[in-house]
Design a protein around this ligand. Structure first.
Ligand code: DUC
Ligand code: ZN
Ligand code: ZN
Ligand code: ZN
Length: 481
């Protein structure tokens, strides 16, 4: 199976140049000018288009059982949406219920995800702790290619990881050479503020951001960073949405701590005025955590992405339809938290990032694909256009136009947080594992075409961190008497 892309411009995280790209048996095998097609190869003319690494969305939740319901996009519709938007790999989450054996939850998610059309892999959440969790983390890391473990600092009385769990699990991550990740929000404060707002009779979606003010996130970010730094374990903060988180990350980076930050396409472009919508359904459609923020935080997020303080962009794609959102009609704390976006992320970032001059095309590739590949040890198999890399490619038309709308998106839900946004710069062709998976509006991939991606731990990086830690080890005072 061979595919030759002719006449395009290759854009990687570090350079842009004109070349043809040959894909054979799922890999990129040749990149050069004026390549001739091997016998039987499909040749596609991509003159005027950009050839970029397929997007990696490091944060999605397909068919997540959550808040009394299950996210509406399953691994088929969710990954179809990913492909339609130029994303070829998602990193989803295995989230065991407290007390559920990790391996049982892992196999459950593997079963659900078999129908994926794009490539996929998992972070595993640590929602409780005992010796079996300590053991299963090793099994997952060594046998199943899981090199990242997630901790929800919010969602009290459900999946919240308290400080004792963070300490135990971050320590274990460091032993295994896996990266700890956190959803940073102070779950006790959220719970307290939710009760207060309900008692005051503020029960609609407008209460949602009030129950999760910036300090709730900033405190948790600073705490997670402090715990991880004390242990010496690297940390990745998902969906950073406020100045306070950025400040905590930048300060830690300046001390030499390995801290990474992710920002969502939604938090970069949608502000908190959505919760004032007179239409309950439209306001509820935007209930996700952390909530959308005041514009000043958006500016800070863009600058942090430009500066490299934040390295990745994601969506937290967790889609709920109107009927599901209505579960919280009389009580905002019962509105299932989540918004979509896996299909729109690249186009939104191109429009608001590249077209506005905030990001170069190379930086766009870095923040939509390469950086996530590096942090989660997928690079250079993924996140690269290079000979030997996987043929996961998006062919991009920088002049193509589109208006984002729920009426045309692939997701199963009736709303779209980017509704009405006009974008210039769209995918025209998504190639996954060397095969054309989506082309100009037509989905060609089938359920099960996506591959599970192993992400082994990255030993050289952790060996040097262990050395750093050993050199700083305290020693007892040698007393003679
Ligand atoms: N936030 C959401 O909005 N949905 C899923 C989980 C999360 O942390
Ligand atoms: Zn241990
Ligand atoms: Zn989260
Ligand atoms: Zn999430």
């Amino acid at each position: 199976m061979a595919l030759l892309l002719k006449g395009g411009k290759v854009v990687t995280h570090e350079m842009t140049y004109t070349a043809d790209v040959l894909c054979e048996d799922g890999k990129i095998t040749r990149i050069a000018q004026d390549l001739s097609a091997p016998e039987g190869a499909e040749v596609i003319d991509v003159t005027g288009k950009l050839i970029m690494p397929g997007g990696i969305d490091p944060h999605t939740h397909m068919q997540l059982p959550f808040m009394g319901t299950v996210a509406a996009d399953d691994f088929a519709s969710g990954t179809a949406a990913a492909l339609a938007g130029g994303t070829t790999t998602i990193i989803d989450f295995v989230i065991p219920s407290p007390g559920q054996p990790l391996m049982e939850a892992y196999h459950q998610w593997r079963d659900w995800s078999e129908k994926s059309m794009s490539n996929y892999t998992f972070h595993v959440a640590i929602t409780w702790w005992d010796d079996s969790v300590h053991q299963d983390m090793e099994t997952l890391a060594t046998e199943y290619g899981i090199n990242s473990f997630k901790h929800f600092m919010a969602y009290k009385n459900a999946i919240m990881a308290t400080d004792d769990i963070l300490v135990s699990s971050f320590t274990r991550c460091m032993e295994l050479g896996a990266i700890a990740t956190v959803h940073a929000e102070n779950g006790e404060l959220v719970y307290h503020l939710q009760q207060q707002l309900m008692e005051k009779g503020i029960t609609g979606p407008e209460a949602h951001p009030l129950s999760r003010p910036p300090m709730v996130e900033g405190e948790a970010a600073y705490r997670a960073i402090s715990i991880s730094e004390t242990i010496g374990a690297p940390l990745y903060l998902v969906h950073c949405s406020v100045q306070e988180s950025i400040d905590a990350i930048r300060y830690a980076q300046s001390r030499g701590h390995h801290v990474y930050g992710e920002v969502l396409a939604g938090h970069l472009t949608v502000d908190d005025s959505v919760y004032q919508d007179a239409n309950w359904e439209r306001a509820a459609a935007h209930v996700m955590s952390p909530p959308f923020r005041e514009k000043k935080h958006q500016d800070a997020l863009w600058k942090a992405l430009q500066a490299g303080t934040l390295q990745t962009t994601a969506t937290d794609h967790c889609a709920f339809c109107n009927e599901q959102k209505a579960m919280g009609k009389d009580n905002f704390t019962q509105i299932p938290n989540g918004t979509a976006g896996v299909e729109e992320r690249l186009a939104v970032l191109w429009e608001k990032g590249v077209n506005s001059g905030k990001l170069t095309a190379n930086e766009f590739v870095a923040v939509t694909s390469t950086n996530a590949a590096k942090i989660f040890n997928l690079y250079p198999a993924k996140g690269a256009i290079a000979e030997g890399s996987d043929a996961d490619i998006v062919v991009w038309d920088p002049k193509g136009k589109k208006t984002i709308s729920a009426s045309t998106h692939m997701s199963k839900i009736e709303n779209n947080i980017f509704e009405g946004m006009e974008v210039t710069g769209v995918p025209t062709l998504t190639i996954c594992n060397g095969v054309v998976a989506w082309k100009e509006g037509e989905l060609l991939a089938k359920e099960g075409d996506g591959q599970y991606v192993m992400r082994p731990t990255y030993a050289p990086f952790y060996e040097s961190l262990q050395r750093r830690k050993a050199l700083a080890e305290p020693k007892p005072v040698n007393r003679k008497s």
